[in-house]
Design a protein around this ligand. Structure first.
Ligand code: NAP
Length: 242
């Protein structure tokens, strides 16, 4: 059995990625932080796609909780390892920097950058030993272009892209690839409250993306066909920025 861990797999892009990777034959570990009902719905969709699912509840920003959950999983599966990790868990806490409180600054960085560190580091050793692994980080258009009201989020996602490039150079010779995906506006709970009608006009393809479109790209990066791609950040944004 090949295993893939999707952080923030209960909803949105993480759910679509879980279903896509399930259709590619991976057993899915669905991480979430609070929304058990939605995580169970994802698990049912994974099973419908012909694979199996396990729920792993932990806050990726909490180093101890993350380590405890991943260690417990490894102990329960001594002969297995997690071959694919999709660092997808994320939040946004938008405001102009002049008004941004310290909690909104640090929480966004802790989940995106701290989460990347807390989740990826313990999973690396088995990947390196097996000489096979895929690390896929969900970044954002904001991390490439910057967006007003998102200095915290842009800093976190820009940092994640830079970490992707560094780690790719560390682990390439051990058969592990590390890539990032940078979506533009995608229809999930995260974009609730944005003015879709106005924003659509700024996008060459004149629409928001679907989570399944991002999942298709992640599925490709996890597939054998993408074996010679590493250290990349691939945009998927309807032509908004390149
Ligand atoms: P979403 O619908 O709001 O879902 C967020 C997911 O992250 C949920 O599964 C949530 O779990 C989980 N999560 C949040 N904080 C967590 C934590 N501390 N520990 C573990 N899990 C946590 O968001 P989305 O739009 O699918 O976004 C997924 C990723 O894509 C994020 O990294 C986001 O920054 C990125 N992205 C999104 C867009 C967009 O337009 N939607 C664009 C660019 C990039 P619960 O259900 O338990 O709360």
């Amino acid at each position: 059995m090949k295993y893939a861990l999707v952080t923030g797999g209960s909803r949105g892009i993480g759910r679509a990625v879980s279903v896509k990777l399930a259709s590619q034959g991976f057993a899915i570990l669905i991480n979430y932080v609070s929304n058990e009902e939605k995580a169970r719905e994802t698990a049912a969709l994974v099973e419908e796609a012909g694979s199996s699912a396990e729920l792993l509840k932990f806050d990726v920003a909490d180093a101890e909780a993350t380590e405890a959950a991943l260690t417990a999983w490894q102990q329960a599966h001594p002969d297995d390892y997690i071959e694919v990790v999709v660092n997808n868990a994320g939040i946004r806490r938008d405001s102009l920097l002049v008004w941004m409180g310290p909690e909104d600054w640090s929480r966004v960085l802790q989940i995106t950058l701290g989460g990347f560190y807390n989740v990826t580091r313990p999973l690396l050793q088995p990947m390196l030993l097996k000489k096979r692994g895929r690390i896929i980080n969900i970044a954002s258009l904001s991390g490439l272009k910057g967006l007003p009201g998102q200095t915290n989020y842009s800093a976190a996602k820009g940092g994640l892209i830079a970490a992707t490039k560094s780690l790719a150079q560390e682990v390439g010779r051990k058969g592990v690839t590390v890539n990032a995906v940078a979506p533009g506006f995608v229809k999930t709970d995260m974009v609730e409250g944005l003015d879709e009608v106005a924003l659509k006009k700024t996008i060459p393809l004149q629409r928001f993306g679907e989570p399944e479109e991002v999942a298709a790209l992640v599925g490709f990066l996890a597939s054998p066909e993408a074996g010679y791609i590493t250290g990349e950040c691939i945009s998927i944004n309807g032509g908004l920025y390149s």
